[in-house]
Design a protein around this ligand. Structure first.
Ligand code: ADP
Length: 449
């Protein structure tokens, strides 16, 4: 195991990694920008190094500065968290050339999976069903309309380097495809510095089902069941749960096997998530692999009893898994609620500020992953997520009951502050969600009503 690692991230995921490392007896070096100076979680690391100004491009995304901090901090490995440099193949490569272990898959694997069009090809070759669409990338709108005519509308234009729901446009006819194609390209170019797109069938009202996998240092792969992340706004997840209320045992077994087949074909290592869409007929289609730890990983930890971040460190340090697929026992039901400093009443505008009063929930069946404390000023430069509330019950009904009482305990107050807590409570009163029937269109339909 490593003696000392650097955490190249901020906020709740930086704290999550620090906790996992300390439980393994590994020392931690945190990095922070001027925008995060004085953040309370930094005190929990063994050392904290300032890497630059608040702007991410000059700090958390600046590879030379991170590598310099790794030198100064005298670490053996770097955990990238999620976002920022987590799926940056070049960063993984630079780590390798600097003799620092990147805690994640090898650079080549990240590159193959990070390009969504290439990942789809890989899935096809592994016999994993994919959403019908273009073979590879689509260079111009004429090609896009030709493909759309073949597969039929509606279609979706997606950025090959996409993430966070950006660089996507749905088109119900040729006119909207012609405008959507160029706006998807432009948004992707601005967000990912890569305007390359591809086209696929838009699956109507699907469920978003993803499978957590772990691949040991020897390449052995297991899956830890699925998460249902269908409650989304603008293709971004807000509530995630495990297991999915939409799967029967047969589909569950097949989707797990498909995820493992894909991971093996990709020669995957470390923790990853294979994402699928499940349509109304119960058929599922691969959409992408996320080569990192995900925001919603705690729900899988709750139902599996396996610490995914500790396993990331163990695998990166060269360990094979010490359990096989048959040893994985999933039990109970877990649901995660993202508490974002956003105002649902004002079209989810960021609502950061100084937290003057703070109460986070606790009690039986409640886990809170958060880096904030009373007096903390939420910086306006970064992601607005301030806490994840994860509830666990013996079944979904109990988890929902615990969720209602836990979310009511939350108080986050201060001038200008607003959060998504009230919205979660309203969703918990919606029959469609309570009955386990929410698909990816549920939240937007509800918000419009
Ligand atoms: P990102 O990497 O930006 O999160 P994904 O490919 O994971 O993008 O897709 C995010 C969400 O967008 C999915 O959960 C789903 O709601 C929607 N989506 C993506 N592709 C399709 C599709 N072909 N049909 C319908 N919805 C889609």
């Amino acid at each position: 195991m490593f003696r000392r690692i650097l955490v190249a991230n901020r906020g709740e995921i930086a704290l999550r990694v620090i906790r996992a490392a300390h439980e393994l007896g590994v020392e931690t070096v945190a990095v922070y920008s001027k925008g995060d100076e004085g953040a309370p979680y930094l005190d929990l690391a063994d050392e904290a190094i300032c890497i630059g100004p608040a702007a991410s491009a000059l700090s958390y995304l600046d590879i030379p500065r991170i590598i310099a901090a790794a030198e100064v901090g005298d670490v053996e490995a770097i955990h990238p968290g999620y976002g920022f440099l987590a799926e940056n193949a070049h960063f993984a490569e630079v780590c390798r050339s600097c003799n620092v272990t990147f805690i994640g898959p090898p650079a080549e694997v990240i590159a193959n999976c990070g390009d969504k069009a290439r990942a789809k090809e890989l899935a096809r070759s592994a016999g994993v069903p994919v959403v019908p669409g273009s073979e590879g990338t689509v260079d111009n709108v004429e090609e896009a309309t030709r493909i759309a005519a073949e597969i039929g509308y509606p279609v979706i234009v997606k950025a090959v380097s996409g993430g966070g729901g950006r660089g996507m446009r749905v088109a119900h006819n040729e006119v909207s495809l012609r405008s959507g194609f160029s706006s998807a390209q432009a948004e992707a170019a601005a967000a990912f510095n890569d305007g390359t797109v591809y086209v696929e069938k838009f699956v109507e009202n699907p469920r978003h089902i993803e499978v957590q996998i772990l691949a040991g240092a020897d390449g052995e792969v297991v899956h830890l069941g699925e998460r249902d992340c269908s409650v989304q706004r603008r293709h971004q997840k807000l509530i995630e749960e495990a297991p999915s209320p939409a799967l029967d045992d047969d589909t569950r077994a097949r989707i797990g096997a498909a995820a493992v087949a894909f991971a093996k074909a990709a020669d995957y290592r470390n923790a990853g998530t294979v994402e699928f869409l499940l349509d109304k007929n119960g058929d599922f289609y691969f959409i992408e692999l996320n080569a990192r730890i995900q925001v919603e990983h705690p729900v899988t930890e709750m139902v599996s009893g396996i610490d995914l971040v500790q396993w990331q460190l163990r695998i990166a340090s060269g360990e094979p898994l010490d359990f096989g697929q048959d040893d994985v026992q999933l039990s109970g039901h877990a649901i995660e609620f993202r508490i974002n400093a956003e105002d649902p009443e004002r079209n989810f505008a960021p609502a950061p500020g100084r937290i003057e009063v703070l109460a986070l929930p606790g009690g039986r069946g409640v886990r809170v992953d958060s880096h904030v404390i009373a007096g903390y000023e939420i910086p306006r430069f970064y992601d607005s997520m301030i806490a994840k509330v994860i509830v666990y019950g013996k079944d979904r009904e109990e988890a929902l009951r615990i969720a209602r009482r836990a979310l009511r305990e939350i108080r986050v107050e201060g001038p200008g502050l607003a959060t998504t807590t009230g919205l979660h409570l309203r969703i918990l009163g919606q029959a469609e969600f309570v009955n386990g029937a929410a698909d990816t269109s549920f939240l937007e339909r509800y918000l419009e009503s």
